[in-house]
Design a protein. Sequence first.
Lengths: 224, 386
Amino acid sequence: MASTIIETAGLTRSYGDICALKPLELSVPEGEWLSVMGHSGSGKSTLLNLVGGLDRPTAGVLKVGGEDLLGRDEDGLARFRREFVGIIFQQHHLVPYLTALENVMLAQYFHSVPDEAEARFALERVGLGHRLKNRPGELSGGEQQRVCIARAIINSPKLLLGDEPTGNLDHKSTTMVLELLRELRAEERFTIIMVTHNQEVAAWGDRTIYLDDGVLVREERKTG
Amino acid sequence: MTRRRWLIHLVFRALAHRAGRTLLLLAVLAMASSLATALGIVSFSMGKRVAEEVRNYGANLVILPETARLDVGSGGLNFGVISEPAYLRQKEVEEALTKSALPGDRSSHLRGALRFRNSDLLVEGVNFGEIRRLFPWWQLRGRWPAANEAVMGSDLAARLRLKEGDMVELAGPKEPLRLRLSGIVSTGGEEDGLLFLELRSLQQALELEGELTQVRLLVTTEGESLTKRAAVLQRFLSKAKVTEVRQIARTSEGLLVKVKLLMALVTLVVLVSAGSSVTGTMSTTVLERSREIGLMKAMGGTRWELLRIFAAEAALLGLAGGVAGFFLGSGIAWFITKSVFTLSPEISPWFAGVSVGVSLFLALLGSLGPMIAVFRLDPVRSLRGE
């Protein structure tokens, strides 16, 4: 049986009087693809930010990889992110003045040492071996998202977080990105937590949880 | 690729991406450091020029013997003061000057009287080499004396109807001195009424070997006050009095201080305005790059690592601005010193350090506020574009 990579107990996040995430109990086994659904303001992104160490909970317990993240300071959380997490954003967030290769190497720089051969290999794995020297502005949306995936996996994270990673892509590119993620997960055995609005995209996961107004209201497990 | 090489690569890429803003910042830094450099060079050149001008005024310190004074009086009545001629021991003065290590020039003088045509004639023994260095404004008709020669003050020569080439025979306690007048000197001062001959000859003629009546010094102050310099020398001369030739010394010192103060104020104003400009531009840059900074933090960049990237950008700009500022500033200084003050600028490589230092300081200080913003920036909010 797979060990648990994420465990929360009474996890809460408030912004003043507004409670974005109400006490949440969640357990994610290692290697699972968890889809998080809910409409705008339901607390999906808040959950993702907390799990990724980008934000701090107001109350509760948040254990990732067995470690309580509350014990880490800001720079400690940054170190946690570079060692443990890869993030794919909806808007790609690539550095505009760096090439695809350099964008991947930037993640290596913050993790350890930039290695061009490794970064090249990562881009080849996502099918962009021919676009190494192109800047984000010269790439299509799907290609940019694949650069993001290469950047997210370059440091072999245990946890891959996707904040609506296919939200800006057409159907063909969406399928391509999701297939790529499935392949990479099979090879690298990382855990995926993906926030999405799209039921079809959510269906690629092993399990889907539904948030509404900061409360986990439903959970569906893939059958077969 | 090493982390350091990557950091430099990243910094160059970031600066090249914002070429317009980078050039603007470079221009501001180069302008500020060039003005600081130019004013520094002008100030330094003027300082040297003023020091040279002051040299032309002659000595600024005088060493005189403490006269043996005796008040004569009785029962509340004072009949006056009796004073004997007093002398400085040449050896003691030289030792004191060596010990005090005062920078500058000096001239040793022995004044006395010798008989000429049955009357006393005021004569002064000097080293003519020292006189030529210390009193360059003396106007000489004829030439400086060689052995057995002398120069005579113009008033005295007129009174005695003597001219260059004439012989004078002077009688003293020892055998008579026969000297040829090699020149007639005119200073507009008391020197016009004296006869000048070699110090050693006069000391022998007056049987005052190793004695002096006065030593004049032109001490270079090099930033210290003349009073301090005089006090240092006085400590080594118990039987003599070191006196400032106050007016000229103070005027020259005061002028230099005022010029330097003016330069410092102008530099300060320029640096403050350039610093504000750098802060403004860097703040805009940070604001524009907040998503990029948020992304770097999200990827695991610590606050200090992000700070290092921005500090490296500022330092690189500062360095480049400083180098450009040195060359530009040297050009400006050359123009100002040549056209306004008719001087040759004293451009030393040391000013390159000043220029780079000023530019680096401005770039880093101006980036301090924006860098604090980078330090505090919340990655979640900045990625959302807030």
